[in-house]
Design a protein around this ligand. Structure first.
Ligand SMILES: Nc1ncnc2c1ncn2[C@@H]1O[C@H](COP(=O)(O)OP(=O)(O)O)[C@@H](O)[C@H]1O
Ligand SMILES: Cc1cn([C@H]2C[C@H](O)[C@@H](COP(=O)(O)O)O2)c(=O)[nH]c1=O
Length: 196
């Protein structure tokens, strides 16, 4: 039996990762292929049992707490497996995905490559290394309006590097605007610390 393909869809928030994943799901569904769709339970923004894009398209998904919950949920005869928001899953997702592609399943993963601090999400980097195809999406920069948005900027100060949310705390920006926004933030913090 031939091995499957691994496609990893990455990019900043709002770049169309979930929409692209849903397009691939549609291709398999139209072809009447058996599939399973997973999402981390942590991502409860819109719905716990669906993956939902920012343009409001959605597909039913199995919510999971960690990667170990994927293989026991398979019947064995699925042609493809889809996983959204991989940045919220543990690094053992790598072994789970490799096992699935080695057993002939196509696997499609979507998630953030970089945190708002410009740090790679390790689980995404690991999966990108195994991928047959990496699709790197871009967003329209919320600051300059150019189609060059490759990173997410956090507009509020609270929360850590894992912090579920949407427009109320995150915007997608290009690298130039990201650096500019961080510079202004640092200057503001300096002034505040000086009591200005
Ligand atoms: N700055 C932006 N750039 C591109 N699309 C945006 C932007 N802000 C909102 N959108 C909307 O988000 C949709 C993509 O949403 P989605 O597929 O959920 O992206 P992701 O999963 O990468 O966050 C686009 O089709 C568009 O309607
Ligand atoms: C940049 C960044 C984002 N998050 C969270 C915010 C959202 O809940 C998801 C990303 O959703 P999308 O489908 O890509 O729009 O991740 C985070 O926890 N940490 C970050 O650094």
């Amino acid at each position: 039996m031939a091995t499957g393909n691994l496609v990893v869809i990455v990019g900043p928030m709002y770049s169309g990762k979930t929409s692209e994943l849903i397009s691939f799901i549609e291709i398999y569904t139209l072809g009447k292929k058996k599939i399973k769709v997973f999402k981390p339970l942590l991502d409860n923004r819109y719905n716990e049992t669906s993956i939902v894009s920012h343009s409001n398209t959605s597909v039913k998904a199995i919510p999971i707490n960690n990667s170990a919950e994927i293989l026991p949920r398979l019947d064995g005869d699925e042609k493809a497996i889809f996983i959204d928001e991989i940045q919220f899953l543990d690094e053992s997702l790598r072994e789970v995905v490799v096992e699935m592609i080695n057993s002939g399943k196509d696997v499609y993963c979507a998630g953030l490559d970089l945190s708002y601090k410009n740090n790679p999400f390790k689980v995404t980097s690991l999966l990108m290394s195994h991928a047959d195809t990496v699709i790197k999406k871009k967003a329209v920069c919320h600051e300059c309006g150019e189609y060059k948005g490759t990173i997410t900027y956090k507009t509020v100060e609270n929360g850590g590097e894992i912090d579920v949310g949407g427009f109320e705390k995150y915007i997608a920006v290009c690298r130039d605007c990201y650096l500019e926004l961080n510079k202004s933030k640092q200057n503001q913090n300096k002034l505040q610390n000086q009591g200005g």
